[in-house]
Design a protein around this ligand. Sequence first.
Ligand SMILES: Cc1cc2nc3c(=O)[nH]c(=O)nc-3n(C[C@H](O)[C@H](O)[C@H](O)COP(=O)(O)OP(=O)(O)OC[C@H]3O[C@@H](n4cnc5c(N)ncnc54)[C@H](O)[C@@H]3O)c2cc1C
Length: 334
Amino acid sequence: MAGLTLGIGLRRRGVPVTVWEAGHYPRHRVCGEFISGRGQDVLARLGLLDAFFEAGADLACTAAFYLGKVGTPVRDLSTPALCLSRFAMDALLAGHLRQAGGELREDARWREDDYGEGVVRANGRRLQPREDGCHWFGLKVHAHNVLLAADLEMHGSQTGYVGFCRLARGVVNVCGLFRRPAGKPESAQTWQDLLRGEPGTPLRERLADAAIDQGSFCSVAGFSLKPHRAVSRSECCIGDALTMIPPVTGNGMSMAFEAAELAIGPLAAYSRGESSWSEARQRVAEACDRTFARRLAWARCLQWMMFAPRLRARLGSAVLHSGLLWQTMFTHTR
Ligand SMILES: Cc1cc2nc3c(=O)[nH]c(=O)nc-3n(C[C@H](O)[C@H](O)[C@H](O)COP(=O)(O)OP(=O)(O)OC[C@H]3O[C@@H](n4cnc5c(N)ncnc54)[C@H](O)[C@@H]3O)c2cc1C
Protein backbone atom coordinates (compact mmCIF):
# COMPACT_ATOMS: atom_id res chain seq x y z
CA MET A 1 0.00 0.00 0.00
CA ALA A 2 2.95 2.36 0.55
CA GLY A 3 4.12 1.74 -3.03
CA LEU A 4 0.65 2.09 -4.59
CA THR A 5 -0.02 5.31 -2.65
CA LEU A 6 3.33 6.79 -3.67
CA GLY A 7 2.61 5.77 -7.26
CA ILE A 8 -0.77 7.53 -7.20
CA GLY A 9 0.79 10.69 -5.71
CA LEU A 10 3.59 10.72 -8.30
CA ARG A 11 1.19 10.21 -11.19
CA ARG A 12 -0.77 13.26 -9.98
CA ARG A 13 2.51 15.20 -10.49
CA GLY A 14 2.97 13.72 -13.97
CA VAL A 15 5.82 11.39 -13.01
CA PRO A 16 5.98 8.06 -14.91
CA VAL A 17 5.48 5.15 -12.46
CA THR A 18 5.84 1.38 -12.66
CA VAL A 19 4.89 -0.72 -9.61
CA TRP A 20 6.20 -4.28 -9.37
CA GLU A 21 3.94 -6.45 -7.22
CA ALA A 22 4.98 -10.03 -6.42
CA GLY A 23 1.34 -10.96 -5.64
CA HIS A 24 -1.95 -9.86 -7.15
CA TYR A 25 -5.17 -8.03 -6.19
CA PRO A 26 -7.51 -8.54 -4.48
CA ARG A 27 -6.11 -10.69 -1.70
CA HIS A 28 -6.34 -10.99 2.06
CA ARG A 29 -3.47 -9.72 4.23
CA VAL A 30 -2.66 -10.10 7.92
CA CYS A 31 -3.76 -6.76 9.32
CA GLY A 32 -6.05 -5.36 12.01
CA GLU A 33 -7.73 -3.48 9.11
CA PHE A 34 -8.20 -0.14 10.84
CA ILE A 35 -6.34 3.04 9.93
CA SER A 36 -5.69 5.15 12.97
CA GLY A 37 -3.78 8.41 12.81
CA ARG A 38 -2.60 10.90 10.25
CA GLY A 39 -2.81 8.46 7.35
CA GLN A 40 -6.49 9.37 7.02
CA ASP A 41 -5.49 12.99 6.28
CA VAL A 42 -3.08 11.74 3.61
CA LEU A 43 -5.92 9.80 1.97
CA ALA A 44 -8.07 12.94 2.06
CA ARG A 45 -5.31 15.08 0.51
CA LEU A 46 -4.81 12.49 -2.26
CA GLY A 47 -8.57 12.55 -2.93
CA LEU A 48 -8.95 8.88 -1.96
CA LEU A 49 -11.08 9.10 1.17
CA ASP A 50 -14.47 9.16 -0.63
CA ALA A 51 -13.44 6.07 -2.61
CA PHE A 52 -12.72 4.31 0.71
CA PHE A 53 -16.25 5.03 1.95
CA GLU A 54 -17.74 3.97 -1.40
CA ALA A 55 -15.83 0.68 -1.04
CA GLY A 56 -17.54 0.09 2.33
CA ALA A 57 -15.19 1.73 4.83
CA ASP A 58 -16.70 2.55 8.20
CA LEU A 59 -15.55 4.57 11.19
CA ALA A 60 -14.65 2.94 14.50
CA CYS A 61 -15.46 5.35 17.32
CA THR A 62 -15.02 3.20 20.43
CA ALA A 63 -12.39 0.83 21.79
CA ALA A 64 -11.97 -1.57 24.71
CA PHE A 65 -8.91 -3.43 26.03
CA TYR A 66 -8.78 -6.71 27.93
CA LEU A 67 -5.96 -8.53 29.69
CA GLY A 68 -7.13 -12.06 30.36
CA LYS A 69 -10.46 -11.69 32.15
CA VAL A 70 -10.10 -8.00 33.07
CA GLY A 71 -11.25 -5.26 30.71
CA THR A 72 -11.51 -1.50 30.42
CA PRO A 73 -14.76 0.35 30.07
CA VAL A 74 -15.66 1.06 26.45
CA ARG A 75 -13.84 4.32 25.63
CA ASP A 76 -14.43 6.85 22.85
CA LEU A 77 -11.50 7.21 20.47
CA SER A 78 -10.38 10.85 20.34
CA THR A 79 -10.11 10.42 16.55
CA PRO A 80 -12.17 7.68 14.90
CA ALA A 81 -10.30 4.96 12.99
CA LEU A 82 -11.13 4.09 9.38
CA CYS A 83 -11.99 0.41 8.91
CA LEU A 84 -11.83 -1.39 5.58
CA SER A 85 -10.68 -4.91 4.70
CA ARG A 86 -7.27 -5.13 3.01
CA PHE A 87 -9.02 -7.27 0.37
CA ALA A 88 -10.98 -4.17 -0.68
CA MET A 89 -8.40 -1.51 0.24
CA ASP A 90 -5.38 -2.81 -1.68
CA ALA A 91 -7.49 -3.51 -4.79
CA LEU A 92 -8.95 0.00 -4.56
CA LEU A 93 -5.47 1.56 -4.48
CA ALA A 94 -4.33 -0.66 -7.36
CA GLY A 95 -7.33 0.50 -9.44
CA HIS A 96 -6.58 4.16 -8.68
CA LEU A 97 -2.95 3.76 -9.68
CA ARG A 98 -3.98 2.35 -13.06
CA GLN A 99 -6.66 5.04 -13.54
CA ALA A 100 -4.01 7.67 -12.89
CA GLY A 101 -1.88 6.22 -15.71
CA GLY A 102 0.55 4.17 -13.60
CA GLU A 103 1.78 0.79 -14.80
CA LEU A 104 1.08 -2.00 -12.33
CA ARG A 105 2.78 -5.34 -12.97
CA GLU A 106 1.11 -8.03 -10.88
CA ASP A 107 2.71 -11.42 -10.17
CA ALA A 108 6.02 -9.69 -10.99
CA ARG A 109 8.71 -9.93 -8.32
CA TRP A 110 11.58 -7.43 -8.23
CA ARG A 111 14.60 -9.74 -8.15
CA GLU A 112 17.51 -7.32 -8.28
CA ASP A 113 19.55 -6.95 -5.09
CA ASP A 114 20.12 -3.38 -6.12
CA TYR A 115 17.49 -0.74 -5.36
CA GLY A 116 19.42 1.88 -7.27
CA GLU A 117 18.61 5.20 -8.87
CA GLY A 118 14.92 5.80 -9.45
CA VAL A 119 13.83 2.68 -7.51
CA VAL A 120 11.85 2.96 -4.26
CA ARG A 121 11.78 -0.04 -1.97
CA ALA A 122 8.21 -0.47 -0.70
CA ASN A 123 8.06 -4.25 -0.46
CA GLY A 124 6.90 -4.58 3.13
CA ARG A 125 8.55 -6.25 6.10
CA ARG A 126 12.18 -7.33 5.96
CA LEU A 127 12.58 -11.00 6.73
CA GLN A 128 14.02 -11.62 10.17
CA PRO A 129 13.40 -15.14 11.50
CA ARG A 130 13.84 -14.22 15.18
CA GLU A 131 14.19 -11.20 17.43
CA ASP A 132 15.23 -11.16 21.09
CA GLY A 133 15.14 -14.98 21.05
CA CYS A 134 11.53 -15.13 19.81
CA HIS A 135 9.66 -15.87 16.61
CA TRP A 136 6.88 -13.36 15.93
CA PHE A 137 3.90 -14.34 13.82
CA GLY A 138 0.55 -12.86 12.87
CA LEU A 139 -2.78 -14.53 12.04
CA LYS A 140 -5.97 -13.08 10.64
CA VAL A 141 -9.42 -14.29 9.60
CA HIS A 142 -12.85 -12.78 8.94
CA ALA A 143 -15.89 -13.97 10.86
CA HIS A 144 -19.63 -13.38 11.27
CA ASN A 145 -21.66 -13.65 14.48
CA VAL A 146 -19.08 -11.99 16.70
CA LEU A 147 -20.72 -9.83 19.33
CA LEU A 148 -18.40 -7.00 20.39
CA ALA A 149 -18.73 -4.40 23.14
CA ALA A 150 -16.75 -1.80 21.15
CA ASP A 151 -15.92 -1.09 17.49
CA LEU A 152 -12.31 -2.07 18.19
CA GLU A 153 -11.28 -4.56 20.85
CA MET A 154 -7.85 -5.78 21.91
CA HIS A 155 -7.50 -8.94 24.03
CA GLY A 156 -4.09 -9.66 25.57
CA SER A 157 -3.16 -13.24 26.47
CA GLN A 158 0.00 -15.06 27.66
CA THR A 159 1.37 -15.54 24.16
CA GLY A 160 0.21 -12.35 22.42
CA TYR A 161 -2.99 -10.52 21.70
CA VAL A 162 -6.01 -10.68 19.43
CA GLY A 163 -7.71 -7.61 17.99
CA PHE A 164 -11.25 -7.33 16.64
CA CYS A 165 -12.41 -4.71 14.16
CA ARG A 166 -15.96 -4.25 12.88
CA LEU A 167 -16.09 -4.16 9.08
CA ALA A 168 -19.03 -3.69 6.69
CA ARG A 169 -21.96 -6.14 6.37
CA GLY A 170 -21.58 -7.70 9.81
CA VAL A 171 -18.05 -8.98 9.14
CA VAL A 172 -15.55 -8.79 12.00
CA ASN A 173 -11.81 -8.94 11.36
CA VAL A 174 -10.00 -11.14 13.89
CA CYS A 175 -6.26 -10.56 13.90
CA GLY A 176 -3.61 -11.73 16.35
CA LEU A 177 0.07 -11.14 17.00
CA PHE A 178 1.90 -13.92 18.84
CA ARG A 179 5.42 -14.84 19.83
CA ARG A 180 7.09 -18.16 20.55
CA PRO A 181 10.48 -18.55 22.24
CA ALA A 182 12.95 -19.71 19.57
CA GLY A 183 14.09 -22.83 21.48
CA LYS A 184 10.57 -23.98 22.37
CA PRO A 185 9.02 -26.66 20.14
CA GLU A 186 5.87 -25.67 18.31
CA SER A 187 2.76 -26.43 20.33
CA ALA A 188 -0.07 -28.55 19.02
CA GLN A 189 -2.38 -25.53 19.06
CA THR A 190 -4.10 -24.79 15.76
CA TRP A 191 -4.52 -21.22 14.49
CA GLN A 192 -8.16 -21.39 15.67
CA ASP A 193 -7.00 -22.30 19.22
CA LEU A 194 -4.56 -19.39 19.27
CA LEU A 195 -7.17 -16.88 18.13
CA ARG A 196 -9.83 -18.21 20.53
CA GLY A 197 -7.63 -17.76 23.63
CA GLU A 198 -8.18 -19.27 27.10
CA PRO A 199 -11.51 -20.67 28.32
CA GLY A 200 -13.44 -18.27 30.56
CA THR A 201 -12.06 -15.11 28.95
CA PRO A 202 -14.06 -12.46 27.06
CA LEU A 203 -11.94 -13.38 24.00
CA ARG A 204 -13.27 -16.95 24.09
CA GLU A 205 -16.84 -15.62 24.52
CA ARG A 206 -16.52 -13.36 21.44
CA LEU A 207 -15.70 -16.30 19.19
CA ALA A 208 -18.04 -18.87 20.81
CA ASP A 209 -20.66 -18.71 18.02
CA ALA A 210 -18.48 -17.21 15.29
CA ALA A 211 -18.91 -18.35 11.70
CA ILE A 212 -15.37 -18.28 10.33
CA ASP A 213 -14.69 -17.41 6.69
CA GLN A 214 -11.92 -19.99 6.12
CA GLY A 215 -11.01 -18.48 2.75
CA SER A 216 -9.95 -15.23 4.40
CA PHE A 217 -7.39 -16.88 6.70
CA CYS A 218 -3.81 -15.76 6.26
CA SER A 219 -0.61 -15.66 8.29
CA VAL A 220 2.71 -13.89 8.35
CA ALA A 221 5.99 -14.52 10.19
CA GLY A 222 9.61 -13.52 10.34
CA PHE A 223 9.50 -9.82 11.08
CA SER A 224 11.29 -7.40 13.34
CA LEU A 225 9.49 -4.84 15.48
CA LYS A 226 12.63 -2.88 16.36
CA PRO A 227 12.65 0.67 15.05
CA HIS A 228 15.02 1.55 12.19
CA ARG A 229 16.16 4.95 11.01
CA ALA A 230 15.76 5.83 7.34
CA VAL A 231 19.08 7.68 7.09
CA SER A 232 20.89 4.45 8.00
CA ARG A 233 19.38 2.67 4.97
CA SER A 234 21.28 2.75 1.69
CA GLU A 235 18.06 2.58 -0.37
CA CYS A 236 15.11 4.91 -0.69
CA CYS A 237 12.48 2.99 1.30
CA ILE A 238 9.00 3.62 2.69
CA GLY A 239 6.40 1.66 4.66
CA ASP A 240 7.36 -1.55 6.47
CA ALA A 241 10.47 -1.79 4.27
CA LEU A 242 11.72 1.24 6.17
CA THR A 243 10.62 0.22 9.65
CA MET A 244 7.68 -1.59 11.29
CA ILE A 245 5.80 0.00 14.14
CA PRO A 246 4.45 -2.57 16.65
CA PRO A 247 0.99 -3.57 15.37
CA VAL A 248 -0.57 -2.97 18.81
CA THR A 249 -0.63 0.73 17.87
CA GLY A 250 -2.74 0.14 14.74
CA ASN A 251 -0.58 2.78 13.06
CA GLY A 252 1.41 0.78 10.44
CA MET A 253 -0.86 1.60 7.50
CA SER A 254 -0.95 5.23 8.54
CA MET A 255 2.87 5.29 8.50
CA ALA A 256 2.86 3.68 5.06
CA PHE A 257 0.54 6.41 3.72
CA GLU A 258 2.47 9.18 5.48
CA ALA A 259 5.88 7.99 4.22
CA ALA A 260 4.45 7.76 0.70
CA GLU A 261 3.26 11.37 0.90
CA LEU A 262 6.60 12.56 2.33
CA ALA A 263 8.37 10.97 -0.65
CA ILE A 264 6.22 12.56 -3.38
CA GLY A 265 7.83 16.04 -3.36
CA PRO A 266 11.52 14.98 -3.35
CA LEU A 267 10.93 12.25 -5.96
CA ALA A 268 8.95 14.56 -8.25
CA ALA A 269 11.80 17.10 -7.99
CA TYR A 270 14.30 14.33 -8.91
CA SER A 271 12.10 13.36 -11.85
CA ARG A 272 12.14 16.98 -13.11
CA GLY A 273 15.94 16.98 -12.91
CA GLU A 274 16.00 19.47 -10.02
CA SER A 275 17.96 17.21 -7.66
CA SER A 276 20.21 14.17 -7.81
CA TRP A 277 18.96 10.76 -6.71
CA SER A 278 21.10 10.84 -3.60
CA GLU A 279 19.69 14.28 -2.61
CA ALA A 280 16.13 13.04 -3.17
CA ARG A 281 16.80 9.88 -1.14
CA GLN A 282 18.34 11.90 1.67
CA ARG A 283 15.36 14.30 1.79
CA VAL A 284 12.89 11.42 1.97
CA ALA A 285 14.91 9.72 4.72
CA GLU A 286 15.24 12.86 6.84
CA ALA A 287 11.55 13.66 6.51
CA CYS A 288 10.59 10.10 7.57
CA ASP A 289 12.95 10.12 10.55
CA ARG A 290 11.67 13.53 11.70
CA THR A 291 8.07 12.37 11.45
CA PHE A 292 8.36 8.89 12.94
CA ALA A 293 11.21 8.82 15.50
CA ARG A 294 9.21 9.88 18.57
CA ARG A 295 6.18 7.79 17.63
CA LEU A 296 8.34 4.68 17.20
CA ALA A 297 9.93 5.22 20.62
CA TRP A 298 6.51 5.41 22.32
CA ALA A 299 5.29 2.40 20.37
CA ARG A 300 8.29 0.36 21.51
CA CYS A 301 7.45 1.25 25.08
CA LEU A 302 3.82 0.14 24.59
CA GLN A 303 4.92 -3.10 22.94
CA TRP A 304 7.31 -3.79 25.83
CA MET A 305 4.48 -3.24 28.34
CA MET A 306 2.28 -5.68 26.42
CA PHE A 307 4.91 -8.41 26.38
CA ALA A 308 7.21 -7.99 29.44
CA PRO A 309 5.94 -10.91 31.56
CA ARG A 310 6.52 -9.49 35.05
CA LEU A 311 5.62 -5.89 34.40
CA ARG A 312 2.74 -6.70 32.15
CA ALA A 313 0.29 -7.52 34.89
CA ARG A 314 0.96 -4.36 36.92
CA LEU A 315 1.57 -1.86 34.13
CA GLY A 316 -1.00 -3.39 31.84
CA SER A 317 -3.62 -3.13 34.49
CA ALA A 318 -2.59 0.50 35.21
CA VAL A 319 -3.10 1.36 31.55
CA LEU A 320 -6.41 -0.49 31.56
CA HIS A 321 -7.75 1.55 34.44
CA SER A 322 -6.14 4.95 33.90
CA GLY A 323 -7.94 7.02 31.28
CA LEU A 324 -5.04 9.48 31.29
CA LEU A 325 -2.37 6.84 30.65
CA TRP A 326 -4.44 5.30 27.88
CA GLN A 327 -4.98 8.71 26.28
CA THR A 328 -1.23 9.50 26.52
CA MET A 329 -0.27 6.20 24.89
CA PHE A 330 -2.91 6.63 22.18
CA THR A 331 -1.87 10.20 21.31
CA HIS A 332 1.88 9.57 21.25
CA THR A 333 1.75 6.43 19.12
CA ARG A 334 0.14 8.14 16.12
C1 LIG B 1 -0.54 -8.77 13.06
C2 LIG B 1 -0.52 -7.42 12.40
C3 LIG B 1 -1.59 -6.56 12.59
C4 LIG B 1 -1.59 -5.29 12.02
N1 LIG B 1 -2.65 -4.45 12.22
C5 LIG B 1 -2.64 -3.20 11.73
C6 LIG B 1 -3.74 -2.30 11.94
O1 LIG B 1 -4.75 -2.64 12.53
N2 LIG B 1 -3.65 -1.05 11.44
C7 LIG B 1 -2.55 -0.61 10.75
O2 LIG B 1 -2.52 0.56 10.34
N3 LIG B 1 -1.52 -1.45 10.49
C8 LIG B 1 -1.53 -2.72 10.96
N4 LIG B 1 -0.50 -3.57 10.69
C9 LIG B 1 0.65 -3.07 9.91
C10 LIG B 1 0.31 -2.94 8.41
O3 LIG B 1 -0.26 -4.13 7.93
C11 LIG B 1 1.59 -2.61 7.64
O4 LIG B 1 2.27 -1.59 8.32
C12 LIG B 1 1.29 -2.18 6.22
O5 LIG B 1 0.73 -3.21 5.48
C13 LIG B 1 2.59 -1.73 5.55
O6 LIG B 1 2.36 -1.43 4.21
P1 LIG B 1 3.53 -1.66 3.14
O7 LIG B 1 3.00 -1.18 1.84
O8 LIG B 1 4.79 -1.09 3.65
O9 LIG B 1 3.75 -3.23 3.10
P2 LIG B 1 2.75 -4.37 2.57
O10 LIG B 1 1.34 -3.98 2.76
O11 LIG B 1 3.26 -5.63 3.18
O12 LIG B 1 3.03 -4.41 1.01
C14 LIG B 1 4.25 -4.85 0.49
C15 LIG B 1 3.98 -5.44 -0.89
O13 LIG B 1 5.21 -5.74 -1.53
C16 LIG B 1 5.07 -6.95 -2.25
N5 LIG B 1 6.43 -7.49 -2.43
C17 LIG B 1 7.25 -8.03 -1.49
N6 LIG B 1 8.45 -8.33 -2.04
C18 LIG B 1 8.38 -7.97 -3.35
C19 LIG B 1 9.29 -8.03 -4.44
N7 LIG B 1 10.54 -8.49 -4.29
N8 LIG B 1 8.88 -7.59 -5.65
C20 LIG B 1 7.62 -7.10 -5.82
N9 LIG B 1 6.71 -7.02 -4.82
C21 LIG B 1 7.10 -7.44 -3.60
C22 LIG B 1 4.15 -7.80 -1.37
O14 LIG B 1 3.50 -8.78 -2.15
C23 LIG B 1 3.19 -6.74 -0.84
O15 LIG B 1 2.05 -6.62 -1.64
C24 LIG B 1 -0.48 -4.86 11.23
C25 LIG B 1 0.59 -5.74 11.01
C26 LIG B 1 0.58 -7.02 11.59
C27 LIG B 1 1.74 -7.94 11.35
